[in-house]
Design a protein. Structure first.
Length: 214
């Protein structure tokens, strides 16, 4: 899937295929990139990236890479052992000196409840520690022929709907507010429906009651 693919479909839906066209490719490309950024706000899981997360030495508070939108999970120390998520409140109560304990290789991580791009580790890392984790990546501004990586092709129609909504909303001469609203509703409905389906596919029991699982 490329922005060019989305733009071709959008032109058909907004009846902008004849020369001269109302919108240039550059103008519609801006709408495509805006739509992708709207999608990551609604469904950050669609832009999940698993990769290396460098740590800052000698501090428990860590930051995700600059292109992150929010933390999903920390898996392990690179080429090392697993890093397990724990509750910061629990660690505060059971080991209140954890923030000043000697530096080493992290074995636990805790989410920063007020900042989705930061997290805590225990113990504070020595220099050179790299974690492997998953986070939602903020979409870059794509060129018209670039492959939209991370976003599954199944969400092509949602990207088209979101772009059509933006295009129909700004053209004073050709605008159809009811049609724009229809595409906006389709955009959010598609994203919401696929989220609800995760209860069937993303658990070991597949949304069945535990006593029914063989």
């Amino acid at each position: 899937m490329t922005p060019g693919d989305i733009i071709t479909e959008v032109r058909s839906l907004i009846q902008d295929t004849r020369t001269p066209q109302r919108y240039s490719d550059t103008f519609l490309l801006g709408f495509v990139n805006q739509t992708l950024k709207r999608m990551v706000m609604v469904r950050p899981d669609l832009f999940a990236l698993i990769g290396d997360i460098p740590t800052a030495a000698d501090t428990v508070l860590q930051s995700l890479p600059a292109d992150s939108m929010r933390l999903i999970e920390i898996f392990q120390v690179k080429d090392g052992s697993a890093v397990t998520e724990v509750s910061r409140d629990m660690l505060d109560q059971m080991a209140p000196t954890w923030v000043s304990d000697p530096a080493g290789t992290p074995v636990n991580y805790m989410r920063h409840v007020r900042n989705a791009n930061r997290f805590f580790v225990y113990p504070r890392p020595v220099a050179g520690i790299i974690l492997v984790g998953e986070y939602a990546q903020t979409p870059e501004d794509y060129a018209i022929g670039d492959t939209i990586d991370l976003l599954p092709d199944a969400y092509f129609t949602a990207a088209v709907d979101g772009t059509v909504y933006l295009a129909e909303s700004v053209d004073d001469e050709h605008v159809n507010s009811g049609r724009a609203q229809l595409f906006q509703e389709s955009f959010f409905t598609t994203l919401g429906a696929s989220l609800q389906a995760r209860s069937v596919t993303d658990t070991e029991e597949g949304a069945m009651r535990a006593n029914e699982v063989v």
